[in-house]
Ligand binder design. Structure first.
Ligand SMILES: [Zn+2]
Length: 120
């Protein structure tokens, strides 16, 4: 899939977010890369073999103080990895949606354990 088409899926996923989510999204940029850098792989905390679909980098809202100032949080989607686990464009769309939701949930301060319980 071309990068532009992939980005469009990301935009759609963001537009389809519940309004309450959109309103609370604070200073977050969403970008697309082919693959994680070694640093990002480490930051994700999983083992090196884990195929990352996306990564949240930043300070969750729940951990910010009132005088919080920083660079925007960043959510990165890894196109090559997402495509590697998907057979069709429709599957890619679904995976993008799931990954966007998952990483945004981290922005809201949910950890992976809780997300796993919720099936995200
Ligand atoms: Zn996660």
């Amino acid at each position: 899939m071309r990068r532009a088409a992939f980005r469009r899926l990301v935009s759609e996923a963001l537009e389809d977010l519940p309004v309450e989510f959109m309103e609370k999204l604070n200073n977050v940029e969403v970008v697309v890369e082919d693959l994680p850098t070694p640093d990002q792989q480490v930051l994700a905390g999983g083992d090196e073999e884990e195929m990352l679909m996306g990564l949240y980098e930043g300070t969750p809202l729940t951990e910010r103080t009132t005088d919080y100032t920083s660079l925007p949080d960043r959510i990165t989607l890894f196109q090559d990895n997402i495509e590697a686990v998907c057979g069709t464009d429709e599957e890619i769309r679904e995976e993008v949606r799931k990954t966007v939701l998952h990483e945004i949930a981290h922005h809201f301060g949910m950890d992976d354990e809780r997300l796993y319980e919720l099936d995200y």
